[in-house]
Write a protein that binds this ligand. Sequence first.
Ligand SMILES: [Zn+2]
Length: 280
Amino acid sequence: MTRQSLSQSTPSRRALVLGLGTALLVAGAAMAEDLVGGTPNTEMPRAPRPKRRVVKPKTKAAPHPTEASMPAHVEPEPGLDPELAMARLMQGNARYAAGFAAHPDMDMIRRSEVAKGQKPFASIVACADSRVAPELIFDQGLGDLFVTRVAGNVVDDAVLASLEYSVIHLGSTLIMVVGHERCEAVKATIDALDGHPSEEDRGTLISMLANLIAPAVKAVPVGVPDRLEAAVSLNAAYAAADIFSRSAPLRARVLAGKLKIVAARYDLDDGKVTPALGKG
Ligand SMILES: [Zn+2]
């Protein structure tokens, strides 16, 4: 439960710095507009001072002040504010759940656009279950989401590394771990822990997945009416907490208000995604 409480402590700390982060983003955007747009500073055609270095036309935003002294390898241009990314994701799910999916960013123009480079606004960790396709349930298109999928939406080293890449190199500002109703990987883990493993799984690596899901199943309080449902939610929460606790660079971004990590539950029946921590 410590990991869960750790996860729950992040929003309040993030909230403390969100205002500052937003102000910096706004200031950065305004600065970029000034530099890229039609109001060049004619008094300084070739700014000699290091902090006012010349910005090439393709650069859309100035670096964060604290990172200005860093050499070539800096963050990509700022992504969406994490709260706006969350809102965009949830609005897409609302369209999908209501039967009004817009299927955005799927035409040839978009394909050509993202062929030149990607800038997904959110990263999704989802179960490999065929009914939980993130681009569909969030009504997004090409280049919108960075998706890692594995049965039971667990976070092993490869998944965590993928998430780090999506945030650090591609500018994603939201990570959502999506557990889902009646997850068969979680159900199989419950059965195995109860001493009833599937005979068909013998000789496979399926137990490796169960080992990663087991901590959440074991944490379900005795007597809970729907054990599977509780384990699904806990499993997603544990994965979100793992991302926060195991990755120092991602944790730093969360605490600075630049990244949001949330767990969520997808309802197979009504199509709705419900963030575990409530805020969107
Ligand atoms: Zn599943």
